[in-house]
Ligand binder design. Structure first.
Ligand SMILES: Cc1cc2nc3c(=O)[nH]c(=O)nc-3n(C[C@H](O)[C@H](O)[C@H](O)COP(=O)(O)O)c2cc1C
Length: 343
């Protein structure tokens, strides 16, 4: 039963972040009383092998919706094939002042400048451990970042701390260097900074593999605002350090397609329909360079099943959703799986 079209007008009357918390709370309650699975109905199957994981389907939750791992079991019950939790940072931090999330419904878009608000990596790891989804072997990626107070020159320390702390519970770890809302973070996407960061993280991962007796894949998440030189240098680094997968993309700084809409001038990253082309083009360019040597997770502007299929045709092996869920509700997960069944 798809109740989301009925709930959406009420939710959209509320300020965006309040609506976000309210819907997640309602979803948790429905799950607690065993109602969610019935409401969602049967989720189509599309078993998919990705980076050594056996996924029930190739449609995952993108980072940022459940930053602290507070809603893992309810989100899993919606039918996602895998979940990405975070971004988490070593220390808890409040993020930017409110309001910091804005809906642009005319274009199925969101602008956010959350600024990695999160309870810190320790709290998140404890919640992951306590979840049924984790205990039953569900695939959970942990997306890691740096604290706002950490100078960018010391960013790799924060990523290393997070890697060490999430290693035990993470199915994979995503190194997020593409949020536009943490000062200078995107600087890590190029030059020596990127090489130093990936070198430090891959050698730490090798040590942790010995300690924990398991090799956790490392993924890199990048922006859709890179030029061709930037893309080439990231691709070289991915190959050099044998990064396990690329997540393309995060939100964009551009305002193409929303120029005249309310909130278009708000500072932050734009997601949803307007980022679709930029993200798909970024995936295509990486796919051409990487020749399948490093798999790609396609994310950015998937609002329909057809959009998910387009990402697949551009070179993405699996996809993730965020903004589409806000505008279409959980039915989008099923629509994406059904569309991908035709691939
Ligand atoms: C409100 C909001 C918060 C987000 N927070 C994060 C985050 O903490 N870490 C991250 O890697 N991406 C974050 N993202 C980016 C999404 O994971 C995704 O890459 C981006 O929104 C594009 O996909 P979409 O068009 O399906 O939303 C956030 C997106 C939104 C809308």
């Amino acid at each position: 039963m798809n109740l989301y079209p009925l709930a959406r007008p009420w939710l959209f009357c509320l300020e965006a972040e309040s609506a976000h918390h309210l819907s997640l709370k309602a979803m948790d309650q429905a799950h607690r009383f065993g109602l969610l699975t019935g409401l969602i109905g049967k989720v189509p199957e599309l078993p998919t092998q990705f980076c050594g994981f056996n996924l029930p389907n190739p449609v995952g939750l993108a980072a940022g919706l459940d930053k602290d791992g507070k809603h893992i079991d309810a989100l899993a019950a919606l039918g996602f094939g895998f979940l990405e939790i975070g971004t988490v940072t070593p220390l808890p931090q409040p993020g930017n002042p409110l309001p910091r999330m804005f809906r642009l419904p005319e274009e199925s878009a969101i602008i956010n400048r959350m600024g990695f608000n999160n309870d810190g990596v320790d709290a998140c790891v404890a919640r992951v451990k306590a979840s049924q989804f984790y205990q039953s072997g569900g695939v959970i990626g942990l997306n890691i970042g740096k604290n706002a107070i950490t100078p960018i020159e010391h960013a790799s320390r924060d990523y290393l701390i997070c890697l060490q702390k999430v290693y035990e519970v993470a199915s994979y770890v995503t190194v997020n260097i593409s949020s536009p809302n943490t000062k200078n973070l995107r600087q890590l996407q190029g030059g020596q900074d990127l090489l130093d960061l990936l070198s430090a993280l891959t050698s730490e991962r090798d040590k942790l593999s010995q300690t924990f007796g398991k090799r956790v894949p490392l993924f890199l998440k990048i922006a859709p605002d890179l030029d061709s030189e930037g893309i080439q240098s990231i691709a070289d680094a991915l190959l050099r350090f044998k990064i396990d997968a690329l997540i393309a993309t995060n939100t964009t700084l551009s305002r193409i397609g929303v120029e005249n809409l309310e909130y278009a001038d708000e500072v932050g990253g734009l997601s949803g329909k307007p980022v679709k082309q930029l993200s798909t083009q970024t995936i295509k360019t990486f796919a051409d360079i990487l020749h399948g040597e490093i798999p790609i997770i396609g994310v950015g502007g998937i609002i329909t099943g057809q959009d998910a299929l387009e990402k697949h045709h551009s070179g993405a092996s699996v996809v993730q959703l965020y903004s589409g869920l806000i505008f279409k509700g959980p039915q989008l997960i099923k629509d994406a799986i059904v569309a991908l069944q035709k691939s």
